[in-house]
Ligand binder design. Structure first.
Ligand code: ZN
Length: 281
């Protein structure tokens, strides 16, 4: 099953990439609010799996918002691919990766224009994003997928000068400028994917490939992250986890490279879809 946020309304996507309005199709059983669905995820799945859906309507990806527009928590994981940890000059985490937040005001839909912070070094990080569908407290990895509503594509845009300012890194602020957390285009349930633990992900700048990896190379997989995180804090329905980026970010290049006025960044994950950001000064 695929759901999306079409102009702030929850929609189901049919096989022909048409949108069916959930509130209308369910006769008001489910709210039009894309964020609220996660708090009734099991009931929603049961309804959607058997609903007689009307024919959907075509839409433009630019009309989509984030499939989780107002998560209670957005957790983001650093250094979760070996080659990215190496290019960043850090050792590989063994028991717990660094975890930070991107503040919720930075969340947008999949197709956007993003202003480059003045005097900054804005970098790209394509990431698999998991959205929680059932509360997770001290969950073991074996049952962790049962707590995931679905997966989407995220860009952990990062302004490296702010991120590195001061005596300790400022991950939260450096990664939370307006528009720095695009997500989408839709949420895909894990059963839709041949192997949700092994998806190709990557991004291009103006058509040039800059990142390409596979999620099987995550040091802490989605289930391992849910186990580690839920041992410390509850993960609640609608919470969002950015799972970390593979190698190829601008900071790790020689010479370093950052996004400039007019660049178009396209981020893709196999079986889910793509994000498209155009940057301006
Ligand atoms: Zn990241």
């Amino acid at each position: 099953m695929r759901i999306a946020n079409l102009d702030n309304r929850l929609v189901l996507l049919t096989g022909d990439a048409l949108a069916v309005d959930v509130e209308q199709a369910s006769g008001g059983l489910f709210s039009s609010d894309p964020q609220q669905v996660y708090s009734r995820w099991a009931r929603f799945r049961a309804w959607a799996d058997h609903a007689e859906l009307p024919g959907g309507t075509p839409f433009d990806a630019a009309e989509l918002g984030s499939p989780a527009p107002r998560p209670g928590q957005l957790l983001a994981v650093g250094l979760n691919y070996r080659a990215h940890a190496a290019e960043s000059g850090f050792t590989v985490p063994d028991t717990l990766p660094p975890v930070f937040t991107k503040f919720a005001s930075s969340i947008t839909g999949p197709v956007t224009r993003v202003r480059l912070p003045e005097g900054g070094h804005t970098d790209w990080e394509v990431e698999l994003v998991a959205v929680i569908g059932a509360e997770a407290r001290q969950v073991d990895a074996e049952s962790a997928w049962e707590h995931v509503a679905g997966l989407t594509v995220g860009q952990d845009l990062s302004e490296r000068i702010t991120q590195m300012t001061g005596p300790a890194p400022q991950f939260g602020l450096g990664k939370s400028f307006p528009g720095f957390a695009p997500m989408g285009p839709c949420l895909v349930t894990p059963d839709e994917l041949a192997d949700p633990d092994d998806l190709e992900l990557g991004c291009t700048i103006n058509g040039e490939s800059v990142q390409k990896g596979r999620t099987r190379d995550l040091i802490f997989s989605v289930p391992a992250l849910i186990a580690k995180l839920s041992a410390i804090l509850p993960l609640r329905p609608g919470d969002v986890i950015f799972t970390g980026t593979p190698a190829g970010v601008g900071l790790g290049r020689t010479p370093q490279r950052f996004l400039t006025d007019g660049d178009e960044l396209v981020s893709r994950i196999e079986g889910i879809g793509e994000l498209r950001q155009i940057f301006h000064a």
